[in-house]
Write a protein that binds this ligand. Structure first.
Ligand code: ZN
Length: 387
């Protein structure tokens, strides 16, 4: 058992000072003045620290991605300590552009490895391409038969790298995901990679207008990648859809019009978008171009999952979004959209996944995943197998 005393608790709603008792990988009780005999539990004074649900990163190239500049540009797999450094206790893995040398089976194996190392992990089946490459022959069977599969993605549209799916092919994916999700009790959500192309979200709007599939079956990502798509995303979110912002970026992208996640969240809230509609994901382990001051391509970098926490900090400390609201984008919202039971909440019955933050700078001070310390007092205490 583990007892945290006197933390400033966000469930993610702010509930003030409380103790948190954990046992068997679950949160048993949250409230004032919890006492347990010392011989039965580890007791840690968390006064002066914020306690929040462990962060959920819903779009990470766990098994590596990239490769768009040739074989040497394939990115490496995610290391456990990167996730821990970013306060992430749950990751959802996906494949990207490359579905030939990267496979759903390899992704699933990597997700299982990170699970053994201490995180909670899930995967999306498929990659950029339509028809979707699956593990068992169909999206429906993957959702029904493989516990870790919670949806499909990232399916690419409005992008020169997509397989240019027709409308019929695209809605077929959503229909199969919807049915598989219903039958398995999972989200069956379709994570849609939206490129810079002028077609933007038109395929999604058409799906909602011309079929019975609801807007909430789709979870479009990279919505902050350019101003036009951001505006389209805002309208989509106001109409009840979900929008996902990508937190890993480079200065050149921001200079070219990409909307910083913190500012994007503030702007959407000001425009009347419900806070429950917006998520942040890192796109971690994807490849990013690295330009020098003169704008010359110097090489490639890897998107970091730590950008997720940095964007929460940015939203609160720079943009003035309340912490409880900013936390929604990396806790309760992805948990609800992906139907991750026991995740994204800090309360009795939830999984014992917590992040401790210093209240001034929101730097990560501690990480508990499945009831086990992965970072304590700013020191990483559990590393990946080969770290
Ligand atoms: Zn993408």
């Amino acid at each position: 058992m583990l007892l945290l005393k006197n933390a400033d608790v966000y469930t993610p709603a702010a509930i003030g000072r409380a103790d948190i008792l954990m046992a068997g990988g679950r949160i048993v009780m949250v409230g004032p003045d919890i006492e347990v005999p010392a011989r039965l539990c580890e007791r840690v004074d968390a006064s002066g620290l914020v306690a929040a649900p462990g962060f959920i990163d819903g779009h990470v190239h766990l098994a590596g991605g990239g490769g768009e500049g040739g074989f040497a540009t394939r990115t490496p797999e995610l290391a456990l300590s990167d996730a821990v450094r970013g306060g992430i206790t749950t990751v959802v893995g996906c494949l990207g552009t490359d579905g030939a040398t990267r496979s759903p089976a390899g992704l699933l194996a990597k997700a299982r490895a990170l699970d053994e190392e201490g995180l909670s992990t899930f995967v999306l089946t498929g990659h950029y391409a339509v028809p979707v490459q699956t593990l068992t022959g169909s999206i429906e069977r993957d959702l029904l038969l493989i516990d870790k599969v919670v949806g499909v993605g990232e399916v690419a549209i409005s992008d020169h790298r997509s397989t240019q799916p027709t409308f019929e092919q695209f809605v077929r994916v959503a229909a199969e995901a919807r049915r598989g999700g219903m039958l398995s009790g999972k989200a069956g959500v379709v994570n849609v990679h939206v490129g810079d192309g002028p077609r933007g979200l038109s395929m999604l709007r058409r799906a909602v207008e011309e079929t019975e599939i609801p807007a909430t079956q789709f979870w479009p990502t990279h919505i902050n990648r350019n101003p036009a798509l951001f505006d389209e995303g805002q309208a989509w979110a106001k109409a009840g859809g979900f929008v996902d912002f990508t937190t890993s970026t480079v200065p050149a992208f921001l200079d070219a019009g990409e909307v910083r996640c913190g500012a994007g969240l503030r702007r959407m809230l000001e425009a009347g978008v419900d806070a429950s509609r917006v998520t942040f994901t890192s796109d971690g382990q994807g490849s990013l171009p690295d330009y020098d001051a003169a704008g010359e391509l110097r090489g490639l970098r890897v998107g970091r999952v730590t950008s997720l926490a940095a964007s929460v900090r940015d939203a609160v400390l720079v943009e003035g979004v309340p912490l409880a609201t900013a936390l929604l984008a990396v806790t309760a919202n992805p948990a609800r959209i992906l139907k991750l039971r026991g995740k994204g909440a800090l309360g009795a019955g939830a999984d014992a996944d917590l992040v401790l933050l210093d209240p001034a700078g929101l730097e990560i001070d501690g990480v508990i995943a499945k009831g086990r310390w992965l970072m304590k007092g700013r020191e990483i205490v559990v590393r990946g197998t080969f770290e």
